[in-house]
Design a protein around this ligand. Structure first.
Ligand code: ARG
Length: 461
């Protein structure tokens, strides 16, 4: 029989390519701590049911700590062709350290199926905690920026055409709300990740009536997966993480796109710090926003991982199938991409310089055409009519060769509509006033932006 963990019934050799094709050790070794934690809890649970003596349990705990210490000190030697995955590698090494008489009892009633599902959840929840902290940092950077740059006005755009004046802080807070929702979704998702499948066996449950609630508690889970068939097969917690990440990266990408546009010479609203830019190998004058382009670009790879694993799982029959081993690479890569991306985004936002003058210069009087119409509305003229009058003002200013509608005289205005008064110029042609008039909830008026900041801060906790 073969030297493989499951080799008992096998006589023929494995195709060497099949061995490589089958193994997952070169990536699932990253879960070594989770695997050791799970095994330690399981050893304790077996002892509680009388399957192990106290001495055997203690030997297992000691050995498992030694295994983990080897991983920590980078001295764990993977045996190629034998160590198929992290579970078999750890068990093999445990046997060498404490003897197979005792190590051979650890897997009683357990399967790699409930083992791997448990490891993945332990591994992932730690990463989600890290990502939560990183996301909170990103949000703090937004809030800090919005507070600090409150006086800065800029054009707001629709269709990428100058539309109406807003505060730069208003733009910042738009994205902050989006990331705050990502944070809330992450916290909800975490609850579904943190359920314990250990004690589900291969599929049909545990024959030694191992105490699953004890296992869950011991491993810091909030509860158990309530069905053993589901326990070994459920990867919704991974799919949901990939979907969560796809949406979050969608947000990061859009955020990056705005900033890429704002950083062009044509806009010149912002300048990235050197720490987040790179030069050109050919053109000495270039400073490229590579950080932002990678944030935009890497969103594609996360969507792909999500879509790929959705397809892997969609037609599977119930319980464990080896296809599920394909959950790891997309998840690991996605988690790293998201963590790195949020950190880069935080760095970019907190170090970029804004060019207040450029933003001001991009505000043009025609952007106050709506305010001109609103002026008449406040004096009783129906909006549809005022819209026409204001449009006529834009045309008239153009015909007269003026630089903007503010250059039309009161006389000109009176010919367009007798309701116009002397105060039209001071009331309407002031960007700050325009912004401050937008004082309904969610608007760019200073106190409303401050309110937004308060709301987002409350979500951060
Ligand atoms: N490496 C495997 C995985 O990641 C562990 C479970 C193997 N189970 C099995 N029945 N072959 O899914």
């Amino acid at each position: 029989s073969s030297t493989k963990l499951w080799g008992g019934r096998f006589t023929g050799a494995t195709d060497p390519l099949m061995t490589i094709y089958n193994e997952s050790i070169h990536y699932d070794r990253h879960m070594h701590s989770a695997d050791v934690q799970g095994s330690k809890a399981y050893a304790k649970a077996l002892q509680l049911r009388g399957i192990l003596t106290e001495h055997e349990r203690d030997e297992l705990l000691r050995g498992l700590d030694l295994v983990e210490a080897e991983w920590q000190s980078n001295t764990f030697k993977i045996v190629p062709g034998v160590d198929e995955d992290i579970h078999t590698a750890n068990e093999r090494r445990l046997g060498e350290l404490i003897g197979t008489n005792i190590s051979g009892k650890l897997h009683t009633g357990r399967s790699r199926n409930d083992q791997v599902a448990t490891d993945m959840r332990i591994w992932l929840r730690t990463k989600l905690q890290d990502i939560e902290a990183i996301l909170v940092d990103l949000l703090r950077a937004h809030v800090g920026r919005a507070e600090q740059d409150m006086d800065v006005l800029m054009p707001g755009y629709t269709h990428l055409q100058r539309a109406q004046p807003i505060r730069w802080s208003h733009w910042v807070m738009c994205h902050a709300y989006v990331f705050a929702s990502d944070l809330e979704r992450l916290r909800q998702l975490y609850k579904r990740v943190n359920k314990c499948p250990l004690g589900s066996g291969a599929l049909a449950g545990n024959p030694f009536e191992v105490d699953r609630e004890f296992l869950a508690k011991e491993l810091g889970f909030d509860g158990v997966v309530g069905n053993s068939l589901l326990g070994v097969s459920d990867r919704d917690f991974i799919l949901e993480t990939l979907q969560w990440a796809s949406l979050a990266m969608n947000h990061i990408s859009k955020w990056a796109e705005d900033l890429i546009i704002y950083s062009t010479a044509e806009f010149g609203f912002i300048q990235l710090a050197d720490a987040y830019s790179t030069g050109s190998s050919l053109m000495p004058q270039k400073k490229n926003p590579d950080s932002l382009e990678l944030l935009r670009g890497k969103s594609g790879r996360v969507f792909g991982q999500m879509a790929g694993f959705m397809m892997t799982t969609k037609g599977l029959p119930s319980t464990y199938n080896k296809d599920l081993q394909e959950d790891k690479e997309p998840l690991f890569d996605c988690v790293r991409t998201v963590s790195d991306s949020f950190q880069i985004a935080t760095g970019v936002l907190s170090t970029l310089k804004i060019n207040q003058q450029k933003m001001r210069d991009a505000l043009t009087m025609d952007m106050l055409a709506t305010d001109l119409a609103d002026y008449l509305v406040r004096r009783g003229v129906p909006f549809r009519e005022t819209h026409h009058i204001s449009g006529a003002a834009v045309r008239l200013a153009e015909e007269k060769g003026y630089s903007g509608i503010d250059k039309l005289s009161l006389q000109d205005y009176k010919t367009l509509c007798p309701v116009f008064e002397e105060d039209v110029h001071v009331e309407v042609f002031d960007f700050e006033k325009s912004v401050e008039k937008r004082a309904a909830i969610g608007g760019p008026a200073r106190h409303r932006v401050l309110k937004q900041i308060e709301e987002v801060k409350a979500i951060l906790g």
